[in-house]
Design a protein around this ligand. Structure first.
Ligand code: ADP
Ligand code: MG
Length: 348
């Protein structure tokens, strides 16, 4: 299980005061090393409870949770939380400490010296896009919601934990700011290779952020566990279909890519100098924008070569392909850009 970072093994949680049965009922789930696994589902379905059991803020009633193969109940909770960063919705920054002091919380606990701590704080503030000169000495109330959220992320990353648990981490931010934070966070996560378990009730956030999505229903029952595109294109159960139903086509447009098989062959011979060009692998939504932005043809290229034309029918075919394809044939745009790999998939 080298590639499994967190394993939930038949885990249940019963809150004595809760009357509707187990909050988490017999959950088995693996979080793989270096992936972003997103738990998504309706309010009260057990997402936060699941997350909080991984760092022992909540103790399971039964079952086991393994962190890198080690039973978490055998690890001292304080030591455990050094290995696992935790980011929550309203951040929980210390109000009477500056940004720098907040970020330095865990390094201080670990007894790092002033110099090492200071250097790390600067590095982290840079990483999350907060200029240290401007922000280090401010207090939380002097920040916007989005800035506070960034400080929360910086604080959780301070000692470079291999695992990060995030509970609705961007929830308190306006939609535009949220999008920017999500993108920035995705970049940081790829750079650091952190294993992330993220909880959200927002399916759009889930499909945007995840390598894999676990759709949960009450009791933390796993309805579907798959790549974002699979969840959107081929919901496994009515509950998943219900969650992704509205705006499904828009989501497919942002997750799917133009592939060679969808194209009209460019054999018309009509001159197309100066026509807009898009490479294979372009996000379908961008392709649609390109079509809407011109009266003439849009050409699709593979390196230097023009390989076909984009037509409205191209997009219809691509959407049909996504909805019908087997999971291993699709090339989601969310995977790291890798031209050779994308071309390899096309020629299969
Ligand atoms: P989610 O994060 O998906 O909204 P939670 O894991 O917070 O769901 O909660 C799952 C269920 O357990 C809910 O019905 C919630 O009311 C209940 N619950 C959560 N925490 C406690 C607690 N400390 N005591 C009793 N019931 C709780
Ligand atoms: Mg919750």
């Amino acid at each position: 299980m080298d590639d499994v970072t967190i394993r939930f093994d038949h885990v249940s949680k019963v809150y004595a005061s809760r009357e509707q049965g187990a909050a988490v009922a017999d959950l088995s789930l693996d979080v793989r090393a270096h992936e972003v696994l997103v738990l998504v589902g309706p309010s009260g379905c057990g997402k936060s409870t699941t997350l909080r059991m991984a760092n022992r803020l909540v103790e399971p009633t039964s079952g086991r949770i393994l962190l890198e193969g080690e039973d978490v109940t055998r690890v001292d909770p304080v030591a455990l939380r050094r290995r696992i960063g935790y980011v929550i919705q309203n951040v929980g920054l210390f109000p009477h400490r500056t940004v720098a002091q907040n970020v330095a919380t865990v390094p201080r606990l670990l007894g790092w010296d002033r110099r090492r701590t200071g250097a790390r704080v600067e590095e982290l503030l840079d990483l999350v896009g907060l200029e240290p000169q401007r922000y280090a000495r401010r207090y939380p109330h002097e920040l916007s919601g989005g800035e506070r959220q960034r400080v929360g992320v910086a604080r959780a990353l301070a000692t470079d934990p291999p695992v990060l648990l995030m509970d609705e981490p961007f929830g308190a931010v306006d939609p535009v700011g949220r999008r920017r934070l999500q993108e920035q966070f995705a970049r940081i996560q790829r750079e650091l290779g952190t294993t992330v378990m993220l909880v959200t009730h927002d399916i759009d956030e889930a499909v945007r952020m995840a390598d894999r999505v676990a759709v949960l229903s009450p009791g933390a029952h796993v309805e579907q566990l798959a790549a974002p595109l699979d969840v959107v294109a081929r919901p496994a159960t009515p509950a998943v279909a219900d969650l992704v139903g509205r705006g499904r086509v828009a989501r497919l447009l942002s997750l799917g890519a133009v592939q060679r098989e969808d194209l009209d062959a460019d054999d018309t011979g009509a001159p197309a100098d100066g026509a807009p060009r898009l490479p294979l692998g372009t996000e379908l939504g961008q392709a649609l924008d390109a079509l809407l932005g011109t009266d003439g043809p849009v050409l699709v290229t593979d390196g230097e070569a023009v390989v076909g034309r984009l037509a409205p029918q191209t997009l219809v075919r691509a959407l049909a392909r996504l909805a019908a394809a087997e999971p291993d044939v699709v090339t989601p745009v969310t995977s790291p850009p890798d031209h050779d790999e994308a071309v390899g998939t096309l020629s299969r």
